[in-house]
Design a protein around this ligand. Structure first.
Ligand code: GFB
Length: 309
């Protein structure tokens, strides 16, 4: 029996990893419309597409995402666009009778000072991190809408809560990217231009957990088949580093030999956001790509594919 899976957001880092994974299984038919074919902000089009194609599973990997400075600069985009995309997809999927739906949260939506490691029940237990509160509220609304569809219509739809992600097909733009692609691009430019220093944001003391996007794709397929609960489920690697340690790792991988400076006029954001992933680990999933290995392969992808500045 072939399962039809719709991957929304196929050109993004998560969406493209999901397409890579599901394409490798002969018992899945992958629908991965690009924005030109299915504009997720056009509610009527989304309803038409879902009722015409009737997928068995929808994974919403489409969102307006970005690093700390991007979030801080465009709160309207992060709130309005994400609310529209997720609501259009879920409402259209419900109308089309889609059996399974996986929504993605993000570890940055936990309270700024919640106890670590973060358990699922800590969500909404305290004030949000200001730099990305618009994105957080949009994502929290999406988690709640999944639960509402379970309560009101009995759907077995679920939400996952990934930690900070990195990998191929990420956004490597200096200003709008997340930290790993940002550092890869900055160290690489400094290396080829023989600069003697690179200035990074904040103090470097923030702690972050990182998961390779191919590990996340496997976790999403795993939970869509093995997990069916009202509560969302954390997906983390358990591998945590300070941004200073990360900068050292990326510097070695890229081969930059100059100095690293820190500009504390930029925000550090949440001091720490390590997930407690014991629930998914108990179910039998585990991460397979160690950070150093993932950094090496991501830099190789960058050299092959990303337009080098
Ligand atoms: O990955 P990042 O932008 O987002 O920043 P968050 C992580 C940490 O790296 C922060 C520091 O403490 C940054 O100050 N950093 C140092 C840098 N140099 C750089 C640099 O050149 N670029 C970037 N981007 N950071 C995001 C949320 O928070 O987490 C998003 O804003 C999203 O909404 C994401 O959910 C997962 O990890 O701080």
């Amino acid at each position: 029996m072939v399962t039809k899976v719709l991957i929304a957001g196929k050109n993004g880092m998560v969406g493209s990893a999901l397409v890579r994974l599901y394409d490798s299984f002969s018992n899945f038919e992958v629908l991965s419309p690009a924005r030109g074919e299915l504009d997720l902000l056009d509610r009527n089009l989304v309803f038409e597409y879902l009722s015409k194609n009737k997928p068995d599973l929808v994974v919403d990997a489409a969102a307006r995402v970005g690093g700390i400075v991007d979030n801080n600069s465009y709160p309207v985009d992060f709130l309005s666009i994400n609310l529209q995309i997720q609501t259009n997809l879920m409402d259209a999927a419900a109308k089309a009778g889609v059996k399974n739906f996986v929504f993605l949260g993000s570890s940055c939506i936990y309270p700024k000072f919640a106890p670590q490691p973060l358990k699922e029940e800590y969500l909404l237990s305290g004030p949000l991190e200001e730099t990305n509160s618009a994105y957080a509220i949009a994502k929290i609304a999406g988690l709640r809408l999944i639960q509402a569809y379970r309560e009101q219509y009995g759907y077995s739809w679920i939400s996952t809560m990934p930690t900070n992600l990195y990998g191929p097909n990420d956004n490597f733009d200096f200003n709008s990217s997340h930290v790993i692609p940002g550092l890869i691009a900055k160290f690489h430019k400094a290396k080829i231009e023989k600069q003697n220093k690179v200035t990074l944001w904040g103090t470097g003391s923030a702690l972050r957990e990182f998961l390779h996007v191919d590990d996340l794709a496997r976790a999403i397929k795993f939970t869509s088949e093995k997990y069916n609960d009202h509560e969302f489920i954390n997906i983390g690697s358990g591998e945590e580093v300070s941004i200073k340690q990360l900068a050292e790792l990326v510097r070695q991988v890229v081969g930059f030999e100059g100095e690293i400076k820190w500009d504390s006029s930029y925000p550090d954001g949440t001091p720490q956001k390590l997930l407690d992933s014991s629930k998914i680990l108990k179910l039998g999933w585990k991460p397979e790509i160690a950070l150093k290995t993932g950094l090496v392969s991501t830099y190789a992808w960058y050299l092959e594919n990303a337009t080098v500045r």
